[in-house]
Design a protein around this ligand. Structure first.
Ligand code: PGA
Length: 249
């Protein structure tokens, strides 16, 4: 299986024309595009091959929730994946319980959740990375334990301290530590009571320069790419590495 590469555009670009141009320049069956909400439809109309993702979702079904976007609305645009629990959403108030409810809404509508987990710099330095990731996983997965499509889950290990936030000097995790954490995630979710077989990917300052060092590792089944996904040249290079190291599934 070719590795899963997801372009998380965050709150970029500013105009629909730029969004359509970026989508056309990166369109590939091996690249999932996650544009901002207003650009999902024009991007869906512009691409031939790229599957679409949303960057967030409301856990409410429908109703008087000004500014929220429902899972049903995303499905009606052809969205297949939804990022839940991104650290930039957690920093704005999404608790583990909120993330769990969002995941439930995504699963209930037949889409695939991309569950982001990862520790902050302070938690990392205090040796708490595994504790934090274990909590983030088990709260969310336990609250969705009865949902059989849970096996389609994607988990993105995204150490908060490695996310670039537009800083060109940001440093990614090392491939060795990312593999260690991905193995930890797999060891947490594979045995009973969860018995899950998620696809586990890495995110945090993945660039055209370093992507190969992550994607050649069998345990790393793809990448969630922020800043570098805004450059067609960079993201297309990253996608070209996705088939260089095929995942184990
Ligand atoms: P980055 O973002 O690639 O710019 O570090 C990754 C993410 O936040 O998903």
């Amino acid at each position: 299986m070719v590795k899963l590469i997801i372009a998380n555009w965050k709150m970029h670009p500013a105009t629909v024309e730029e969004a359509v141009a970026l989508a056309r320049a990166t369109d590939s069956p091996d690249l999932v595009l996650a544009p901002p909400f207003p650009f999902i439809k024009p991007v869906a109309d512009a691409v031939r091959s790229s599957p679409l993702a949303a960057q967030d979702v409301s856990y409410e079904g429908s109703g008087a929730f000004t500014g929220e976007v429902s899972a049903a609305e995303l499905v009606s645009l052809g969205v297949r994946y939804v990022i839940v629990g991104h650290s930039e959403r957690r920093a704005r108030g999404d608790t583990d319980e909120v993330v769990a409810k969002k995941m439930e809404a995504v699963l209930a509508h037949g889409m695939t959740p991309i569950l982001c987990v990862g520790e902050t710099r302070e938690e990392h330095d205090a040796g708490k990375a595994e504790d934090v990731v274990h909590r983030q996983l088990t709260v969310v997965v336990s609250l969705n334990a009865n949902r059989s499509p849970l096996n389609a889950l994607v988990v993105a290990y995204e150490p908060v301290w490695a996310i670039s936030r537009g800083d060109p000097n940001a440093q990614p995790d090392t491939p060795d530590h990312a593999v260690h954490m991905i193995q930890f995630i797999r060891d947490t979710l594979t045995p009973k009571p969860y018995t899950l077989n998620p696809r586990i990917i890495y995110g945090g300052s993945v660039t055209a320069k370093n992507a190969r060092s992550f994607l050649v590792r069998a345990e790393i089944e793809g990448a969630l790419v922020g800043g570098a996904s805004l450059s067609p040249e960079n993201i297309n290079t990253i996608v070209s590495y996705a088939s260089a190291g095929r995942s184990t599934k």
